[in-house]
Design a binder for this molecule. Structure first.
Ligand code: SF4
Length: 681
């Protein structure tokens, strides 16, 4: 028997923990921690510990599938690719390139995402390329880019330990980013104060010095209130504001209208707690903000992120260790998929598609005459366009919008109305079940490439075992399809390293990285030239945009608020033992054994009033649909607020959620909608 230990990166969340895959006779037998890894230092959460369990699952897709009426038949690669290429070329010829929409994947490597957007732009000829970052942190990218010039975590995960005060808003860190939570605990042990702002009473909230349990969607009011207290106590960093920022006066003007007692009325947080939180953060030597989807998935998501940027600049808490504004990204490569251009408005490296010079430069590297200049459609816009008959074909790689997107009834109707749908994945997901062609992909342990974690660390993923039967790495499939579509020599790559070499030519943030340099600890971007050590802390001495920009942000209520018909606020999220649409974690016996089905958290007083007991089946309805689920009676949520995890397709919370969009980032309001609850007798 041969046993090997293959170093790699966890396939679940954006922490980017290192682990060893134990390979026994060509099969993955387990996971061992990587003690020297710079992020995880030998620690893993339960998802990482059992990250191997779905790899050899019997449900793996192993051959291409072609639809035959209500079922699929197995096909050869030649047959499947010829059909996909012919259909996409046919739609392009008949309706134009913009009748095709493409979704890339935050689960795939940088190289694969790079190729997917190149296929969209250079071969199909559309900027209709997007991915699930649109549903989680598009507002982070927009908000932080506007304030600082760079839309990513400003500091490093290890740096959290240096903080004297952590203001954690909209992040259930101990369940969703446990290895980051570990650093928060270390900081606390070293004396840091912890403030958690979360509508739910989470494990992290219980260990915090102060829990601000604000109403969902009232983040801007809360932060404006804190800023008013800081200015009233003359605790703002005047020198920092004067020398490093612009636009402060307009912010100072509007926050006069946010005294704590008024903010209490909007947020439900006692005025004294708002005051205490503001003083705790402002009086700390080094204060850091951590946030996640609790603030980004709103129609005011970009405003929420800009508010965090305002608060950090007001107190000079940026550009040094233990400070910063730190978005915690959800998926293992959602940062990378954004970095390499899988967004409808930017090329790799966040270079605007509307910028003629950038377009010309990238076209030259790719060897094409021109590239599309018009900003493309985002995830939700593509679904709307499909149901209106404007998008006729979609190519979806490693995403499962039939569980992850808001208003699922509408998503199903949109996907069913397409002339042609091709899905590339490792399992027959709820979305793949609707496809005309399904292409079997290799999983994370079966391919080479790089992943970029939440603190901008680009790390190498190496093949530990071969893919099952005829499954292929996504990058190989894209190359084969591009060649079949007539892309000439644009996709003649023989390895992931070769793709990376081209990627770094058009992605200035990655220009100095090579596989050789990334071996070991990886490199944090920006890394503009070879020899550059990478950048653990952004905006030291100067912001990426020069001066940091304050944005006056007024509180706006969510798109949908409770009324007589739908009297409860539903907020959705993840749980520790499941991940995203469940396609991997629900096929992991250890994870699935912990929590197997959906539920709704209802406050004990509300439940009593409704005559609902724990474990009862309840019907939950919104303006968009209705589902049945189990009641979990708890005081983790306040009266009038209910919570559901969104992982479970059979009681999908996203049947209920609202697809109303943030006007700038086009992120849907997954965190707030109005629902009704009825006991089922
Ligand atoms: Fe994997 Fe995230 Fe857990 Fe680390 S914290 S082991 S990256 S799921």
């Amino acid at each position: 028997m041969s046993i090997e230990y293959a170093p790699t990166i966890c396939p679940y969340c954006g922490c980017g923990c290192g682990l060893y895959l134990v390979v026994k006779d060509g099969k993955i037998a387990g996971v061992e921690p990587w003690n020297q890894h710079p992020v995880s230092e030998g620690k893993l959460c339960i998802k990482g510990r059992y990250a191997h369990q779905f790899i050899h699952h019997q449900d793996r897709l192993v051959k291409p599938l072609i639809r035959k009426t209500n079922s699929f038949r197995q096909a050869t690669w030649d047959e499947a690719l010829a059909l996909v290429a012919a259909k996409l070329n046919e739609v392009k010829a008949k309706y134009g390139a913009n009748a095709i929409g493409m979704l890339s994947s935050a689960k795939c490597t940088n190289e694969e995402n790079y190729l997917m957007q190149k296929l969209a732009r250079a071969v199909v000829g559309t900027n209709n390329i997007d991915h699930c970052a649109r549903l989680c942190h598009a507002s982070t990218v927009a908000g932080l880019a506007a304030a600082f010039g760079s839309g990513a975590m400003t500091n490093s995960i290890i740096d959290i330990e240096e903080s004297d005060c952590l203001f954690i808003i909209g992040s259930n860190t101990s369940e969703q980013h446990p290895i980051v939570a570990r650093r928060v605990i270390v900081a606390r042990e070293k004396g840091a104060k912890i403030i958690v702002a979360d509508p739910r009473d989470t494990q992290l909230a219980r260990m915090a010095d102060l829990h601000l349990q604000h109403k969902p969607g009232t983040d801007v009011a809360l932060i404006n209130g804190m800023m008013k207290v800081i200015i009233d106590h003359n605790l703002q960093d005047k020198e920092f504001i004067e020398t490093r920022t612009e636009g402060f006066d307009e912010v100072a003007k509007i926050i006069k209208d946010y005294p704590p007692d008024k903010v209490e009325e909007v947020t439900g947080v006692p005025a004294a707690d708002i005051e205490e939180a503001a003083l705790m953060y402002a009086q700390a030597e080094r204060g850091a903000i951590l946030f996640s989807m609790g603030i980004t998935q709103h129609t005011t998501g970009t405003d929420n992120v800009k508010s965090c940027a305002n608060l950090s600049m007001l107190t000079g808490n940026i550009g040094k260790a233990g400070t910063g504004v730190n978005p915690l990204r959800g998926q293992n490569n959602v940062q990378g998929a954004c970095d390499v251009g899988c967004l409808s408005n930017v090329f790799p490296g966040y270079q605007a598609v509307t910028d003629g010079k950038k377009r010309a430069k990238i076209a030259e590297v790719w060897g094409v005459a021109e590239l599309p200049a018009e900003v493309g459609l985002t995830v939700v816009e593509m679904m709307n366009a499909a149901s209106e008959g404007k998008i006729k074909a979609m190519y979806i790689m490693g995403e499962n919008p039939m569980v992850s997107d808001p208003d699922l009834t509408h998503v199903k109707e949109a996907l069913e109305s397409l002339d042609f749908l091709v899905v590339q994945d490792i399992f027959l997901t709820e979305t793949a079940k609707l496809a005309d062609v399904v292409l079997p992909a290799a999983c994370w342990a079966e391919k080479d490439g790089t992943l970029t974690n939440t603190d901008r660390r680009v790390q190498i993923l190496r093949t530990a075992i071969e893919p099952p039967e005829e499954a292929r790495p996504d990058w190989e499939i894209i190359c084969m399809l591009a060649n079949e579509m007539g892309a000439g020599n644009l996709f003649s790559f023989k390895s992931a390293d070769e793709i990376f070499d081209e990627l770094r030519k058009v992605t200035p943030l990655y220009a100095g990285m090579t596989y050789q340099r990334m071996a070991g600890d990886g490199l944090q971007w920006p890394c503009p030239e070879e020899g550059h050590p990478g950048t653990p802390i952004l905006h030291v001495g100067e912001f990426s945009r020069g001066l940091g920009k304050f944005h006056p942000v007024e509180y706006k209520p969510p798109a949908e608020v409770p009324d007589e018909e739908y009297p409860y606020i539903l907020t959705t999220g993840r749980i520790m033992f499941q991940f995203h649409t469940g396609s991997m974690s629900r096929r992991s016996p250890m994870l699935d054994g912990e929590v197997k089905e959906a539920y709704i958290e209802i406050n004990a007083a509300d439940a009593k009033e409704l005559g609902i007991k724990g474990g009862d089946t309840v019907a939950v309805s919104s303006r968009r649909g209705r589902i049945d689920t189990k009641a979990l009676i708890t005081n983790r949520v306040t009266r009038g607020v209910v919570f559901m995890p969104f992982h479970f397709a059979e009681s999908a919370a996203n049947v209920l959620t609202n697809s109303a969009l943030d006007p700038i980032a086009k992120i849907p309001e997954l965190k707030v909608c109005a629902v009704n609850i009825e006991a089922k007798r």
